[in-house]
Each structure stands twice: as C-alpha cells, then as structure tokens.
Design a protein around this ligand. Structure first.
Ligand code: ZN
Length: 88
C-alpha cells in the first residue's frame, strides 16, 4: 500500500520578504522599512477601561517588495499597538 499523501495545506502564511520579516510586530514605535508604501489611514475607537475610550489612527502600508499589507496602529496609550499584518 502506498503511503497516504499529506493533506494539502490551505493556510500557508504569506511569504514575507526579509525586510517585512524583520518588522517587530505589536510594539509601539517599532520602525517599518524603506519599501513600505503608505496607503489609506482610518480612525478607530479604542477603549482602555479608564478614560472610557479614545480614537486612534491606523495606517495601511503595502510592501513594494513582497506585496504584504500592514497596519500600523498609533495608540499612545498602548505599548503593544504597532505593526500587524492587515486583515482583509
Ligand atoms: Zn515585504
């Protein structure tokens, strides 16, 4: 009997170029890299449970080298807001 084939992997993570792979995620004021092209920005409400809520700006960037889409959240109250891979 032949060995069972491996199931197809349908959740392959996007291939990041070396510059994107080096970005420190979820860390306030971590630098991006030179090939990120700024796209649209939007404002979203964040609640921190103390001041009730505040508005932060999330800026979309697209890497010119590998096409990865990033969101950078600028939230002065959240040390762990920063770069994250864009969803959708
Ligand atoms: Zn890239």
């Amino acid at each position: 009997m032949p060995p069972a084939p491996s199931p197809p992997v349908d959740s392959t993570p996007p291939a990041l170029c070396a510059s994107c792979a080096a970005i420190q995620r979820n860390w306030r004021r971590a630098p991006g890299h030179a090939e990120l092209v700024q796209s649209a920005s939007r404002k979203v409400e964040r609640s921190d449970g103390q001041s009730g809520g505040h508005t932060v700006t999330i800026t979309r960037y697209v890497c010119d080298a590998c096409g990865t889409r990033w969101d950078y959240e600028n939230d002065r109250t959240n040390q762990h807001a920063g770069w994250s891979l864009a969803k959708g």
